[in-house]
Every structure is written in structure tokens, then in C-alpha cells.
Design a protein. Structure first.
Length: 372
């Protein structure tokens, strides 16, 4: 099937980064919207996007969009979908979603209506009155926003931020997709020397290394749609081989991560090994107060501790002042810092050359970029 509308939900603020990635990788008719990126393609594109996207949260098939002010309108809109193209008689099709700023407010009631509509559309097709749902999982997802309904099928399963390398993490790890977005904003390339002076479990540096070496983030995991009988199994093997062929180890990328927590550093080393980049990253115990540069050209990317990772606001503010002293304006050095504190620039000691709003979960942050 080659006429699908595919949907890549993203963290807020990451839509443009994700859209640029999809365009660069050759996907068709890419268009960024609030909280998601749409593009066109077939089963091969579906598999490729799952395997190769660093910034999407998951890959969905967008099946229908319509306006619904009543449960009857919701029922009819869902029932109009050609569900037989995607769901067999034995397949499981659970329903989940959300309702925002709409007349249909009850998520549980909407789930029941959508489930009933799908059953009534499929029952005559398979001549059954009851579905065992013992086969592959086809997760139906819905979003009702301002009375506009979007009906999707999730193809990913566990979110795409779960790359398969982070079995362990520190207390407040940054999401892999957000870390990858910071790496993109810092313009990391295959010859860069990247440093994280407060690296925690190493996620930012691992994402930087994977991008520099063109390692597809989904190579070490599986996806929900791999069990779908509607998608030929060789589609996945073909796209995995393509993704694997893009890996480039013939580059000069290297990185160093510092932290004061020995346990976090041990976790970071293990995560880097699992990700296949352990030989590119060195992890050392060092306090930010002792931070100094080891090379003429360095790209610093960091997610300084805040919130649950610090005892109080005063400690955070003191940390930002220390960073300002240890990160001087100097040729060959750039700094990318994500932080929720609106006073960061004042405490750091100078205004950023560029700022970008991103969300770390539900926490609104600014990415402060210094490169001049």
C-alpha cells in the first residue's frame, strides 16, 4: 500500500526539526503542524521512518479527520474508515486518546464509541459477532481538538525515544528525542568534538555520536507493526539493511562527558556501549567548577540539573553563574544549554546569540545557544 498519510507526533517545538529530517531523508509531501508532522508514503516509508527518525515520538497512519460535536457524528466518522485494510478478524484493536477544548469531553465514552464503530464496520466483513483480539496489536489512537477528530493507527509501540540502549538512567534523564533535538540545534557534524560537563547517564553525548556516525536510532529495537500481517515482512528487513548501510564510522567524531556522580558515569558508559558508540565517548568524574577545555574547537551541549535534580532554586542559580564563568566567549567554542529558568541569561552573564522554546515533558524550557 503506497497511498498512506503518515503522522509523526513530536514534542512541542520540535516539529520543524522533524520535518527537515524527513525531507532530507526523501519522504514526500512533508508538512509540519502543531505537535506533529505529516507526510505521504507506503509501508516501506512507514518502516523507514520508524527506524531512522531521531525526533519523532512515534509513527502513525492517519486514517481520517472530521468534525464531531456529538457521539453520533463521532460514530459515523469512525465507521466510514476502511478498517478491513488494516485489521484482520484475529487482530487486537484497543483504543486510546485524548479530548481537548471540545464538546466531546469524556475520553472513556469516546473510546467506547470508537470501538463500537470499528466493530460494526468489521463484523459484516468477517461474518462474526465477537472479536477474540488474539492477534497482532493495532493500537487505535484518537485526538479530539477543538471538535476536530483525528483517527490514527500506531505503528511504533513503545515510543521512538526508547532506542534500546538506555536500560538504566539517573534520576531525571532527558528524553532521547529531546536530546537529539539539542544535538541538531547545536549543528553537530561528523568531525565535531562534543562535551557535556553535566552528562548524567550520557544521553546527549550518545545521541550526538549516533547522529555523527549516521547510526539509525531504531536499529536495536522492534516495532508494533512488524507483527502486522498486512505489511510484508521483507519490508522491514529491506529498510533495516538500508538504514544499516548508512552507518559511517570513517569520521573524527569524539566526545567527553563529565559528572560528579560515579554511579551515573558507570551507567553512561554502559549505555554508550549498548548504543555502539562506546569507543567515541570518554566519561570522567569532574565538577563543573573544574571544567576546562581540552581542544581548540569544542561543542558544549548540556542539560543542567534543575527541579527534582537539585535541592533548591539557590543552587540552580549558583550553577548558572558558575557556567557563565567556565564557558567564556571564545573562538572555536559553542554552547547549547536547555533550561526552564527565565533568568538564565542574567545569571549566566550574557544574552544568548539565539533562543529556541522547547518542552521537556510538560516543562517549558528555553534552549540558549552561544556561538559568536
Amino acid at each position: 500500500m503506497n497511498n498512506l498519510t503518515l503522522c509523526a507526533p513530536t514534542l512541542l517545538g520540535v516539529e520543524g526539526i522533524c520535518a527537515n529530517e524527513l525531507k532530507y531523508n526523501g519522504f514526500k509531501n512533508v508538512r509540519a503542524e502543531n505537535g506533529r508532522v505529516l507526510f505521504d508514503g507506503g509501508f516501506g516509508d512507514l518502516a523507514a521512518a520508524n527506524l531512522r527518525s531521531r525526533y519523532a515520538e512515534r509513527i502513525q497512519i492517519l486514517l481520517a479527520e472530521f468534525t464531531a460535536h456529538t457521539f453520533e457524528e463521532l460514530f459515523e466518522g469512525v465507521k466510514s474508515v476502511e478498517w478491513k485494510n488494516f485489521i484482520d478478524a484475529e487482530d487486537a484493536f484497543p483504543v486510546k486518546g485524548s479530548c481537548l477544548s471540545s464538546q466531546l469531553r469524556s475520553v472513556s465514552d469516546c473510546q467506547k464509541i470508537i470501538k463500537k464503530a470499528v466493530v460494526e464496520r468489521l463484523a459484516p466483513r468477517y461474518v462474526v459477532n465477537w472479536f477474540a483480539e488474539s492477534g497482532g496489536v493495532h493500537q487505535i489512537q484518537f485526538l479530539i481538538l477543538n471538535d476536530r477528530v483525528s483517527i490514527m493507527l500506531d505503528t511504533t509501540g513503545a515510543g521512538l525515544h526508547k532506542r534500546g540502549y538506555r536500560a538504566e538512567s539517573n534520576d531525571a534523564p532527558i528524553k532521547e528525542t529531546l536530546a537529539a533535538s539539542l544535538v541538531d540545534l547545536a549543528r553537530v557534524r561528523s568531525n565535531h568534538f562534543v562535551v557535556d560537563p553535566m552528562c548524567g547517564s550520557g544521553t546527549i553525548l550518545i545521541e550526538a555520536a549516533m547522529k555523527a556516525l549516521s547510526i539509525a536510532p531504531g536499529l536495536n529495537r522492534s516495532f508494533a507493526a512488524e507483527s502486522w500481517r498486512q505489511i510484508p515482512r521483507d519490508v522491514w528487513s529491506i529498510e533495516r539493511e538500508k538504514a544499516l548501510s548508512l552507518k559511517n564510522t570513517d569520521c573524527d567524531f569524539r566526545a567527553i562527558g563529565y559528572d560528579i556522580d560515579s554511579d551515573a558515569l558507570e551507567i553512561a558508559r554502559g549505555n554508550a556501549e549498548k548504543a555502539g558508540v562506546g569507543d567515541r565517548i570518554t566519561f570522567l568524574k569532574r565538577d563543573i567548577r573544574e571544567f576546562e577545555f581540552d581542544s581548540e574547537y569544542e561543542t558544549v551541549i548540556t542539560n543542567p540539573p534543575y527541579g527534582e535534580r537539585l535541592l533548591d532554586l539557590e543552587q540552580a542559580e549558583e550553577l548558572y553563574r558558575i557556567m557563565g564563568k567556565r564557558f567564556p566567549r571564545e573562538k572555536g567554542k559553542s554552547y547549547t544549554v536547555i533550561c526552564p529558568d527565565d533568568d538564565f541569561e542574567r545569571l549566566f552573564g550574557r544574552r544568548a546569540d539565539k533562543r529556541r522554546k522547547l518542552y521537556n515533558g510538560t516543562l517549558k524550557c528555553q534552549v540558549y545557544m552561544y556561538f559568536k
